[in-house]
Design a binder for this molecule. Structure first.
Ligand SMILES: [Zn+2]
Length: 137
């Protein structure tokens, strides 16, 4: 049984910074079916990582970054500033590779923490969900 914090998606995205987190989605790592957003169940990256490869993160896979990964996560929206949280994942992933999961979570929480309050900078708009502070993450 996986014991990955719900904030940590298999692809390396930090679900904790997703505008849908705890609103319509419990996070990619959650297996709780009682969430309104359904898209994650059909995510090819998630299915491959968890169900086929039985990994926690794609970076554990010998095929990383594979075709599925590139096609779904890295290739789309190139140059679109809203999606920079995706395009920086290869770099972030390399830093996380040898960390314990608890440190990965801390690292990501700190990375996405608002510098002005205890809110979280949410991706797409890179703005704090509490005080509205615009971040330069
Ligand atoms: Zn804030």
């Amino acid at each position: 049984m996986r014991k990955i914090p719900n904030e940590l998606a298999p692809c390396g995205v930090f679900c904790g910074a997703c505008p849908s987190f705890l609103k319509t989605c419990l996070g990619c790592a959650s297996e709780n079916k009682e969430q309104s957003r359904k898209s994650k169940w059909g995510c090819r990256i998630r299915v491959c990582c968890y169900n086929i490869k039985k990994n926690n993160f794609c970076i554990e896979c010998e095929e990383y970054p594979c075709k599925i990964y590139n096609k779904k996560l890295l290739d789309p929206h190139q140059g679109d500033i809203r999606f920079k949280y995706r395009h920086e994942i290869p770099e972030v992933f390399m830093q996380l590779k040898n960390m314990d999961i608890v440190y990965i979570l801390e690292y990501q929480k700190k990375r996405w923490a608002c510098p002005n309050c205890d809110g979280t900078i949410k991706f797409y708009h890179y703005q704090c969900d509490k005080c509205g502070n615009k971040s330069t993450i």
